[in-house]
Design a protein around this ligand. Structure first.
Ligand SMILES: CC(C)(COP(=O)(O)OP(=O)(O)OC[C@H]1O[C@@H](n2cnc3c(N)ncnc32)[C@H](O)[C@@H]1OP(=O)(O)O)[C@@H](O)C(=O)NCCC(=O)NCCS
Length: 182
């Protein structure tokens, strides 16, 4: 499974990971609850998309749109009153897309314990021009061993995303060719 897309545009200088790393914080209130009275997953997902979008905009130096969100994992419930921190960074860049990794931490309102990790997510953003067409992004330059590991893991996810899309498209085309219309 190889990625046929060129990894970067050689004309654009790279940008280090730290140049676009972003944290958003939010106190969970009574309007952020689900039916069980804990934090609503959709509220967390919006914070995740907001933080990732800020990173994508900073890294690409302009507008960027969410192309996909995968592996949104909720590890622990968030509770009302918790101070939630959403840390996001650019893990990987392609020609016009960026994978943004997000870690969600919660400081419990009624405990003096360190912030607990409550979720993670990986999003792909595409940088777009004024007409909404994909435009090239600067290659991300990993700075630490952790950044490098995240880059390598993002490349694996990218390869699997492309392979999955291709396999599903081929299956659908095959079913249509066989006259199996859904
Ligand atoms: C994302 C979007 C710009 C892609 O446009 P497109 O015409 O399909 O262009 P491309 O196929 O060249 O894709 C552009 C890049 O995004 C990546 N991409 C597109 N769809 C993707 C998906 N579902 N998952 C992962 N990456 C994706 C491509 O691999 C490509 O990356 P690369 O240049 O680094 O190789 C377009 O589909 C779009 O505007 N979607 C709506 C986005 C939006 O409005 N988001 C907010 C939702 S409210």
């Amino acid at each position: 499974m190889t990625d046929p897309a060129p990894r970067t545009d050689p004309e654009i200088p790279g940008k280090p990971t730290s140049a676009s790393r972003t944290t958003l914080s939010h106190i969970m209130t009574a309007t952020d609850t689900n039916l069980y009275g804990t934090g609503h997953g959709g509220v967390i997902m919006k914070l995740v998309d907001d933080a990732a979008g800020a990173v994508a905009g900073r890294h690409s130096g302009g507008p960027a749109v969410t192309a996909s969100m995968d592996e949104m994992v909720f590890l622990e419930p968030v509770r009302i009153g918790d101070l939630v921190h959403v840390h996001a960074q650019c893990n990987w860049t392609g020609r016009t897309s960026m994978e943004i990794g997000v870690r969600v931490m919660a400081e419990r309102w009624n405990e003096s314990t360190p912030a607990q990790q409550v979720g993670t997510a990986y999003l792909v953003f595409a940088a777009v021009d004024a007409q909404g067409r994909p435009r090239p992004v600067p290659p991300v330059l990993p700075e630490t061993d952790t950044d490098e590991r995240r880059f390598q893991e993002a490349q694996i996810r990218r390869t699997h995303r492309l392979a999955r899309r291709r396999a599903i498209r081929e299956l659908r085309e095959k079913r249509v060719a066989e006259g199996l219309l859904d």
